[in-house]
Write a protein that binds this ligand. Structure first.
Ligand SMILES: Nc1ncnc2c1ncn2[C@@H]1O[C@H](COP(=O)(O)OP(=O)(O)OP(=O)(O)O)[C@@H](O)[C@H]1O
Ligand SMILES: [Mg+2]
Length: 284
């Protein structure tokens, strides 16, 4: 297919360049979850991926971070083919490209306190000397807007929004360049959603991280992402600046998605704007 590539920056400028990526799960019949997707992500860019349940969003994300092998296509990072990386380069890639999983609570080890979870990441990846870890833990919690008492609790003892923040802190511990947030707010109520989205916006705008935000919710993407890709049945059917795509959709499927939620985008954007002025660091 003629795969649309989001505008802006050549392949060489892109931090991440995905070309004709395919993901097929074996079975009878096999499931073609991702069917030839291409996009580029520049430093500091924010790309939303929207589409209905089952269209392949998480499969695409898991493949980009190396959890799921692609069945075709190429993935380039800083201009080099990820498949050809040696062990060291692959480890660096795994550290620099992080994902916040769709099920934040489930992605945290229930038998580890928040402190143990964050310490483990810092130790395993030898991010910094052991003596510097306590200070870094405080910094990380501060960054995601959690009080330090959270360090001593287990995931079941905190809210979904707080678990989501812990997931972000675990990613940030690794000093990533790219964060892929998979449905970071779909399980949260609207006021908590706005705060998590402010955190994502802060990471992208203030820390200069590149962000891929996956959502089935166009409103969420409208508030965060400069560019958007509309995914349908394993393919990107339309890509471009979010404002253009959502206000003047060209593809019938994009129009279909928008018709399903006529004004929610603007409503949430307005709410989000109010929450933003209250600061990103509010505890949820
Ligand atoms: N591990 C797997 N084995 C087999 N099929 C899978 C696997 N993971 C996903 N699928 C299938 O691949 C397709 C895409 O799934 P995926 O989870 O990527 O969709 P999604 O867009 O993230 O959906 P949602 O919005 O519900 O999270 C679906 O048909 C799904 O059933
Ligand atoms: Mg998913």
């Amino acid at each position: 297919m003629g795969v649309p590539v989001p505008e802006g920056g050549g392949v060489m400028d892109a931090l991440l360049a995905v070309e004709n990526l395919r993901v097929t799960y074996p079975g009878r019949p096999p499931v073609e979850a991702v069917r030839g997707v291409s996009f580029q992500l520049a430093k500091g860019a924010s790309l939303g991926i929207v589409g209905e349940s089952g269209c392949g969003k998480s499969s695409l994300a898991k493949t980009v971070i190396g959890l799921q092998p692609p069945s075709g296509g190429t993935l380039r990072y800083e201009g080099a083919d990820v498949a050809a990386f040696d062990k060291d380069r692959r480890l660096t890639y795994r550290r620099e490209v992080q994902m916040v999983f769709q099920d934040a609570v489930g992605s945290l080890n229930p038998r580890m306190t928040v402190r143990q979870t964050l310490e483990e990441v810092l130790r395993v990846h030898r991010i910094l000397p052991a003596a510097d870890i306590p200070k870094r833990l405080t910094e990380l919690l501060d960054l995601v807007g959690l009080p330090s008492r959270v360090l001593n609790v287990y995931p079941r003892e905190i809210s979904g929004g707080q678990c989501q923040r812990v997931s972000f802190a675990r990613c940030l511990a690794l000093n990533p360049k790219v964060i892929i947030a998979d449905e970071p707010v779909s399980a949260l109520d609207v006021s908590v959603q706005a705060r998590i989205l402010n955190l994502v916006r802060f990471l992208q705008r203030e820390l200069g991280l590149s962000v891929i935000l996956i959502s089935h919710d166009l409103a969420v993407v409208r508030t965060i992402c400069a560019d958007v890709a509309v995914m349908h049945a394993g393919e990107f059917v339309e890509t471009g600046p979010t404002v253009r795509v959502l206000d003047a959709p060209k593809h019938p499927y994009t129009r279909h998605l928008l018709q399903a939620v006529p004004d929610v985008g603007r409503a949430l954007a307005a709410r989000q704007g109010r929450a933003a002025s209250a600061g990103h660091a509010a505890e949820t």
